[in-house]
Design a protein around this ligand. Structure first.
Ligand SMILES: C[S@@+](CC[C@H](N)C(=O)[O-])C[C@H]1O[C@@H](n2cnc3c(N)ncnc32)[C@H](O)[C@@H]1O
Ligand code: SF4
Length: 485
């Protein structure tokens, strides 16, 4: 347990999040007075006049102290409140960085979308050198992460600007999977157990698409993404009806990119791929996660490496121009050797997109309950594995184009999408940077309405339970109507 006493501030959330970066499994308890502390670690974080400070005590003895003058905080032009907050959080970061063996390459940043900071600075005409210095001095990022953010932001801008409040992307959720993967916490149900509801789900989903079509008549569609779950887990006739409903409701000519997350190789065959191709899908995902059969079995995927390879070649033969492959670094039992094996196989396939996730130990996952049975790799090993991936992507001319971070991610790392030149997934960029409305249909799907003038989004979530979605479908439509008409 770590005791924390805040002095002249109330940044509980930010302080907790940053402490958890360095002390992953520790409970953080806030105390009001020193009388509530007796032994163990006590961190005092505060501000007196313009001086931010962090003092760390161990068993009542002061072991470290940092002071930062608010005037020295380099984060570009910002209001006093933000400067005060960053000074306080910087002092906490500097103290923990000194005391803990854990590395925090993302500095004081604990949010999901760090690229947004760079877009804001670019919008204000800061040049690269200034941005890098703000990221490194102000936000305490390691040099490689700062450069990664700038590279990613620059790649994205042509897909984001000019902002247009009449343009939107469409997300469609198919929340069915063949089996539950060990690490997964996404809202999805077993397609076998709920097969009796697949037709009704298709029907209700199409109704929702029809209604979204009606309320967006004066707007312009840009990209479509069918994700899940595993969209190809449902019969292809259902999937085809859903795709046709998209074309019936929205201007097909305007759709720049249409992705279907085929995901699990055990749900794809020649027939499904041909149906997707005939229906104008120009980007699919075939996700290995790993190319080691032992791990695939352990994480509960029903396919083998050979199935991934066979399906990939088949999809290429059928003619899909962009295929994405998802990988996860840090899967149980995997180290540098296993990553090298995976990359050797991926090299032969040479996909246009590669999305590299670092394992996140999610609360809702089976893994969280059984993680004690497995060895969780040290931060240095994860770093080494990610370095292998960095070298590999450079060699394969795959460039980073979108990035996000998650809570409970191993080693404080990140998820990065890589793409060959001009083959970035436009939907992923728009969805991550939140500069265009995304209208979302289906169970658990979250619409985000973007207001460019105020640069803010409004979240409009659909319900996360299958039965509730089927019963409350009219309410899901009404929720969106309120914001759009
Ligand atoms: C929503 S899932 C859908 C993909 C598809 N159903 C599949 O499994 O192939 C998208 C991706 O997130 C990644 N993912 C899911 N859970 C994760 C976790 N706990 N940690 C890291 N990555 C995760 C996987 O790489 C997965 O392919
Ligand atoms: S990782 Fe994909 S296939 Fe596995 S349970 Fe999650 S959504 Fe389903």
């Amino acid at each position: 347990m770590i005791c924390v006493r805040l002095i002249n501030n109330d940044y509980r959330y930010d302080v907790t999040e940053l402490i958890k970066v360095f002390y992953f499994n520790q409970q953080v308890v806030f105390i009001d007075t020193i009388r509530d502390y007796s032994k163990g670690l006590l961190i005092e974080v505060g501000l007196i006049d313009r001086l931010a400070f962090t003092k760390v005590y161990k068993d009542s003895k002061l072991i470290y102290e940092v002071r930062i003058d608010m005037g020295s905080v380099n984060i570009g032009d910002c209001d006093l409140e933000k400067r005060r907050k960053i000074a306080i959080i910087q002092s906490l970061y500097d103290a923990l960085d000194n005391l803990s063996a854990v590395k925090a390459p993302w500095g004081v940043l604990t949010g999901v979308r760090p690229v947004k900071i760079v877009h804001k600075l670019l919008d204000k005409d800061y040049v690269d050198g200034e941005i890098l210095s703000i990221l490194k001095d102000g936000y305490r990022l390691y040099d490689e992460k700062a450069r990664l953010l700038v590279d990613v932001a620059k790649k994205q801008r042509k897909h984001i600007y000019p902002l247009d409040e009449n343009r939107f992307s469409l997300y469609i959720a198919i929340p069915f999977c063949p089996t539950r993967c060990l690490y997964c916490s996404f809202p999805a149900v077993s397609v076998e157990k709920f097969s009796h509801l697949v037709d009704e789900y298709t029907e209700k989903l199409i109704y929702e698409l029809d209604m979204i079509g009606e309320i967006t008549r004066s707007k312009q569609i840009s990209t479509v993404y069918i994700g899940g779950g595993t969209p190809t887990a449902i019969p292809y006739k259902n999937l085809e009806k859903i795709i046709q409903a998209v074309y019936r409701n929205f201007d097909r000519e305007e759709i720049q990119e249409f992705t279907v997350e085929a995901g699990r190789p055990d749900t794809i065959n020649e027939e499904v791929l041909k149906v997707l191709m005939e229906n104008g899908i120009n980007r699919i995902s075939i996700n290995p996660q790993t190319m080691n059969d032992k791990t695939l079995k352990l994480i509960g995927r029903q396919h083998k490496t050979k199935d991934i390879i066979d399906i990939y070649y088949l999809a290429k033969e059928i003619g899909f121009p962009i295929i994405n492959m998802d990988l996860i670094v840090g899967l149980p039992g995997e180290g540098v050797r296993e990553i090298k094996t995976t990359l050797k196989e991926i090299e032969k396939l040479d996909p246009e997109n590669l999305t590299v996730h670092t394992l996140a130990v999610k609360r809702g996952s089976t893994f969280r309950k059984v993680m004690d049975q497995y060895e969780i790799k040290e931060q240095e090993v994860i770093y080494e594995m990610l370095s292998e991936i960095k070298d590999f992507t450079e060699k394969m001319k795959l460039e980073p184009y979108y990035l996000y971070r998650q809570k409970q991610i191993l080693g404080n790392f990140e998820n990065v999408g890589y793409a060959k030149k001009d083959m970035e997934c436009i939907y992923n960029i728009k969805m991550m940077e939140e500069k265009e409305t995304v209208l979302a249909a289906g169970m658990g799907a979250i619409s985000k309405i973007y207001f460019p003038k105020e640069d803010r989004i409004e979240r409009v979530p659909n319900v996360k339970s299958l039965n509730e979605y089927l019963i409350r479908i009219h309410e899901m439509v009404e929720r969106k109507k309120v914001h759009l008409t």
